[in-house]
Design a protein around this ligand. Structure first.
Ligand code: ADP
Ligand code: MG
Length: 283
């Protein structure tokens, strides 16, 4: 792989759930050193797109190359090798509830390196310090707040010092100050250390703070892409509606029943069905 070739190349990517096409012919590249922000309304396919980039979902058609290799056709053991080169911060944090904060962060080190226990402990300490969680090693995920869980997830994603970081909604559910802290950390890693990042977010303050390039998804395709300045000054009314967070505009608000008809996997059902599950047996 040449030094200046893209780290990720998504070409003609299509993904269909049942008869519903969520990603329709998506193509773009991620270049080394940039922070690509992927944005768009809830349900437009951002997480699905990210899952293709990390090889946890296979395309219906098209290809996804990462570090020059097609992840869509790789075998599981090859994907594991590639995964050691990137970190992933999941939308929910995805911590293992039965393990402590420290153990969660140590997992990638235990799985993918042969470092000694002392070395692992030292790295865990360092990563937790980086996200401002020194001293929380021995707590369980249930004992810390949502924002702290996200930061533990970030410490774990950074455990192997990846050259590439994927984050899915890293700041959703965080207060504005914690959002700024997480953004500052991302900036320190990207602008400061040359890490490449792909960040899915619908938090516009955060997007404009960290992004060097932006892609907006909508209707299965790419509505707009460009530098933060190009997006900010875009003449596309959908883009303006989204970045300004306006209810009125060209983007339809699916608050009604038709939304369900578009989602064959979300079958409306009478609430009374749930009653049986919560009914307390008296006999
Ligand atoms: N495993 C799945 N099976 C069926 N439909 C799915 C699945 N995952 C996501 N979807 C649907 O695909 C669409 C895009 O979902 P997602 O990528 O999670 O959106 P976003 O992250 O932009 O909110 C949604 O309508 C969602 O319901
Ligand atoms: Mg999502």
């Amino acid at each position: 792989m040449q030094i200046d070739s893209p780290l990720i190349e998504v070409t003609d990517l299509v993904h269909t759930f049942g008869d519903r096409t969520v990603l329709n012919d998506i193509s773009f590249n991620v270049r080394r050193g940039e922070t690509l922000v992927i944005m768009g309304v809830s349900g437009c396919g951002k997480s699905t797109l990210l899952r293709h980039m990390i090889g946890s979902m296979r395309p219906t058609s098209g290809s996804v190359k990462i570090f020059g290799e097609d992840i869509a056709t790789m075998k599981e053991h090859e994907i594991i090798r590639v995964r050691c080169r990137f970190g992933m911060l999941f939308q929910s944090g995805a911590l293992l509830a039965s393990l402590t904060v420290g153990e969660n962060v140590s997992l990638p080190l235990l799985q993918h390196t042969d470092k000694s226990v002392d070395e692992v402990e030292e790295i865990v300490k360092q990563k937790l310090q980086m996200v401002g969680l020194t001293g929380f090693e021995n707590l369980k995920p249930a004992e810390i707040s949502g924002g702290m869980k996200k930061r533990v997830g970030l410490a774990r994603a950074l455990a192997l010092d990846p050259e590439l970081l994927f984050s899915d909604e890293p700041t959703s559910g965080l207060d504005p100050i914690m959002t700024a802290v997480v953004d500052e950390l991302t900036l320190k890693l990207t602008r400061g250390r040359g890490m490449t990042a792909v960040v899915v977010t619908h938090d516009m303050t955060s997007a404009f703070r960290i992004g060097t390039r932006m892609i907006m998804l909508g209707g299965g395709g790419i509505v707009a892409q460009g530098t933060p300045d190009e997006i900010r000054t875009s003449s596309n009314p959908e883009v303006q509606q989204f970045i300004k967070g306006e209810a009125d505009g060209p983007m339809p608000l699916n608050l009604f029943q038709e939304e369900h008809e578009d989602h064959p996997h979300v079958k409306p059902r009478p609430c009374v069905v749930a009653r049986g599950r919560f009914h307390r047996k008296t006999t």
